[in-house]
Design a protein around this ligand. Structure first.
Ligand SMILES: Nc1ncnc2c1ncn2[C@@H]1O[C@H](COP(=O)(O)OP(=O)(O)OP(=O)(O)O)[C@@H](O)[C@H]1O
Ligand SMILES: [Mg+2]
Length: 554
């Protein structure tokens, strides 16, 4: 879904919520601060006007004090403006991260199983950072420019002349509205192209780093290097183009500011000549206009990053508004696993039916095997049993899975998936994920069942050894066995095991299978595997073939 800039802006502002007042404070600080900056010049010119004999009621002492006061106040207000803007921005980023995390929890696991996983990671990192620009450097500059410009126009019109006020109004409209619109149009296509190329370059580069082993083994370094060079040159040319375009826009802004000042001076001189305005008050008016372009210039430099901010905002809003595949169930039924019945289950991810008319019944204490060729839908079936996706036809204890409280489902059913994710922490921490209050004995018992205890004890730091993606210090089989230990530790009634012995050697597999067999009668196990040796412990075996399931042996 693509929204227009205004809608994105409005929606992002509504996310501000309780910070709205801090934001108003920041804007007032900024606006008054800018007016103080103009005030220094205006009071100084008031002094000049008094010197040349204008009727100024304020005594000199006051004028000097006000000039200095404005200068000091400007500094203080500027500090508070920056402070409150960044305070809001970073607080908001924390809130948005939290909202996204909560949303991901609702969307997960279906969303995180999908092919769009990579874009979520960039959303959590780059896009949210970009929003800082929006909250700290976009909303308030626009509001500040609006407030201070209107004040200056009114001030000049009253104190000096309505014609000078008009000159100010027209200048602000051209520099602060028209020019940004034109230059954002000119920059838009280049900006979008740059962003896409940047994303694709980063992805390619990251991919190359991840696959460096493959690249070396296949001797394809030069091809990769050439491609990286090509993409980097393209990116460089694009950056140059953007810089050139935005430099032109900066240049035009400066020229227009100078022109506006010259025009206001000419208008002022004409007014003085026609005796419609005295020299002193003409000077005050022209000086007020001259000193007032700061906030407007700040707006005209927005478009170069605004398109990027909007694109990021759009993606963040898209995620926030995405409807989840499944909604957690609460306040319905809790259960304690006795039996599982699957009747006439159909399932498709996109268009193609993966599972057709699946029927199976699994009683307490059974070990049931599921086989079938790669890609036939074995993992999909297990995911459905955990309600990763919505489906019809799955019943636990005769209760429809969609009527079972999600917490109760996760209490009763657990899965060791095909790939085990280990967090960057100790082995102990990674095991306790499954059961926070597990005792030492429980942990050791689970690890013994998963045939990983001896290995862990052989490590210098034992259970306190650090593991995880950044260290990547465990073999595939060791990771798998930790995943299995988690499963044992969890102690659920129904255990779904997806290829948990695929990377394990025969000796360790033997130990694991014996543990599983010992669990029989106590727990129920569904075992997915390609291995004949693994299937040997199954009471019954189902085969999935072209989406259909057949029970073919004991
Ligand atoms: N999130 C998804 N979105 C779309 N299609 C998917 C998704 N996950 C899996 N598939 C597709 O569904 C089919 C079944 O996948 P599944 O992972 O269930 O197979 P599998 O039987 O477990 O295979 P393997 O033995 O290789 O693990 C495959 O063709 C796969 O490409
Ligand atoms: Mg699978």
């Amino acid at each position: 879904m693509r929204r227009n800039g205004l809608l994105i802006m409005l929606k992002l502002i509504t996310l501000v919520g309780s910070f709205f007042f801090v934001m108003v404070l920041a804007i007032l600080n900024g606006a008054i601060g800018n007016l103080c900056a103009s005030g220094v010049m205006i009071f100084a010119s008031l002094g000049v006007a008094k010197v040349i004999g204008e009727n100024v009621v304020l005594p000199f002492g006051w004028i000097i004090a006000l000039t200095i006061g404005c200068g000091i106040l400007r500094g203080i207000l500027r500090y508070f403006e920056q402070y409150s803007n960044h305070y809001i921005a970073f607080k908001l980023l924390a809130i948005i991260r939290d909202k996204i995390f909560t949303k991901l929890r609702i969307l997960a696991p279906a969303k995180l199983e999908s092919k769009k996983k990579g874009s979520i990671i960039s959303l959590l990192t780059a896009d949210i950072e970009t929003l800082e620009v929006f909250y700290a450097h976009t909303i308030s500059p626009i509001a500040i420019a609006l407030i201070s410009s209107i004040t200056i126009i009114i001030f000049v019109s009253i104190i000096s002349s309505i014609y000078l006020g008009l000159v100010a109004l027209i200048s602000y409209l051209i520099i602060g509205v028209l020019l940004p619109i034109i230059s954002s149009k000119a920059l838009k296509s280049t900006g979008v192209k740059y962003r896409n190329e940047f994303a694709s370059f980063s992805a390619y580069f990251l991919d190359s780093i991840k696959g460096v082993k493959e690249i070396i083994l296949n001797n394809s370094e030069n091809r990769r290097k050439e491609e990286i060079n090509k993409r980097s040159t393209k990116l460089f040319n694009n950056t140059t183009l953007i810089k050139r375009k935005s430099s032109i826009s900066f240049g035009i802004t400066e020229v227009l500011v100078s022109l506006s000042i010259i025009v206001s001076l000419i208008v002022g001189i004409i007014l003085v000549n026609n005796n419609e305005l005295t020299l002193g008050f003409m000077i005050i008016g022209v000086v007020a206009i001259t000193s007032s372009f700061g906030p407007i210039i700040a707006i005209s430099s927005l478009p170069s990053n605004l398109t990027q901010t909007f694109a990021s905002g759009d993606r963040v809003l898209n995620l926030m508004e995405e409807a989840p595949q499944v909604i957690d169930v609460s306040n319905k039924n809790d259960f304690k696993y006795e039996k599982l019945d699957v009747n006439n289950l159909d399932f498709k991810y996109d268009n193609e039916l993966i599972l057709k008319d699946i029927n199976l019944n699994i009683n307490k204490g059974e070990i049931v095997g599921i086989v079938g060729e790669s890609g036939c839908g074995k993992s999909t079936l297990l995911k459905l049993l955990l309600r990763f996706y919505e489906s019809k036809g799955i019943k636990y204890n005769d209760i429809d899975i969609n009527e079972i409280n999600t917490n109760s489902l996760y209490e009763n059913v657990t899965m060791a998936s095909q790939t085990t994710y280990l967090f960057d922490d100790t082995i102990l921490y990674n095991l306790k994920i499954a059961k926070e209050d597990a005792s030492e004995e429980e942990i050791i018992e689970a690890c013994k069942k998963a045939s990983i205890h001896d290995f862990i004890m052989s490590l210098p730091d034992g259970y306190n050894t650090k593991v995880g993606p950044t260290l990547n210090n465990l073999s595939a089989g060791e990771k798998q066995r930790i995943g299995l230990a988690r499963c044992f530790l969890r102690g659920s009634e129904l255990i779904l095991l997806d290829e948990v012995t695929s990377n394990v050697d025969a000796i360790n597999e033997g130990i694991i299978l014996k543990s599983l067999k010992d669990l029989k009668n106590e727990k129920t196990i569904i075992l997915v595997s390609h291995r004949k040796s693994t299937m040997a412990i199954a009471d019954r075996i189902y085969e999935i073939d072209k989406g259909r399931i057949i029970e073919y042996g004991r």
